[in-house]
Design a binder for this molecule. Structure first.
Ligand SMILES: Nc1ncnc2c1ncn2[C@@H]1O[C@H](COP(=O)(O)OP(=O)(O)OP(=O)(O)O)[C@@H](O)[C@H]1O
Length: 240
């Protein structure tokens, strides 16, 4: 996954401002920053859900900058997984039906039993998702993201709705996918504990990358976040 000098403007304001970020395969990256710093915009541009105003994007080995919508949709379906805070599952359907959704839509057929076992959901395949706990639902979402053996998984606050211990289990599943299968994970989070599962920490402020390096422990992550936000506020004060 690679962004090269990506700018995304909404009207005159730049939500992303000249961001370059190359993520080698098999890396787990956490993207953090204050609210409005551009995290979701970065994720959407990197995943081909949104088009940059300027710059280039590579995803799963392909330049998607000017790729037509149909090809981009197929590339996302076949090579990319998504995990969102709100699960984005169909609650009337069973676990099996939800996990097999990408292949029902024409994507590659994966190993259902294997993926359900790997996320600890074996035995629950026939249960409607609406009857499951939040943690179980997020495991279903992770299974759905992983069943196609994607190159990249994008996760937007995947543990935002979970208690810390359930969240740690879900993050462990993403970590396993990176370590075992060489999946690349790009995760947006506000939680230093969640970011602690990553290899690399990218901090955004006002649409720019202000720090990028190996992920420290959660206490140091929280300190860096505070420093970045404080510098942003000081900058805003000077400008005013
Ligand atoms: N569709 C849009 N139209 C106009 N402005 C937008 C749109 N999406 C985002 N923005 C603006 O771009 C900036 C970055 O937003 P973005 O959602 O990427 O931030 P974020 O870091 O993900 O914030 P949060 O942590 O609150 O989710 C914000 O100033 C936001 O108001």
């Amino acid at each position: 996954m690679e962004l090269v000098d990506v700018t995304k403007r909404y009207g005159r304001a730049a939500a992303l401002d000249g961001v370059s970020l190359a993520v080698p395969a098999g890396t787990f990256v956490a993207v953090m920053g204050a609210t409005g710093s551009g995290k979701s915009t970065l994720l959407h541009c990197a995943a081909g859900l949104d088009r940059p105003s300027h710059g280039r994007v590579r995803l799963a080995g392909r330049d998607i900058t000017r790729m037509r919508e149909g090809r981009l949709t197929r590339l996302r379906r076949d090579r990319v997984g998504f995990v969102f805070q709100s699960y984005n599952l169909l609650s009337a359907l069973t676990v099996r039906q939800n996990v097999l959704l990408p292949s029902r839509l024409g994507g590659p057929r994966g190993d259902l039993d294997g993926v359900l076992r790997s996320v600890g959901l074996d035995g629950l395949a026939s249960r409607p998702v609406g009857e499951l706990s939040g943690g179980q639902r997020q495991r279903v979402a992770v299974a759905r993201a992983l069943i196609t053996r994607p190159a990249v998984v994008f996760a937007d606050e995947p543990t935002g709705a979970l208690d810390p211990s359930t969240g740690a289990t879900v993050l462990g599943l993403l970590r396993d996918a990176v370590d075992r299968d060489g999946v690349t994970v790009v995760m947006v989070t506000h939680d230093p504990g969640a970011a602690g599962f990553s290899d690399r920490l990218v901090l955004l402020r006002d649409g720019r990358i202000v720090a990028d390096g190996p992920t420290p422990d959660p206490v140091a992550i929280a300190e860096r976040l505070r420093a970045v936000s404080a510098a942003g506020l000081a900058g805003a004060g000077r400008a005013a």
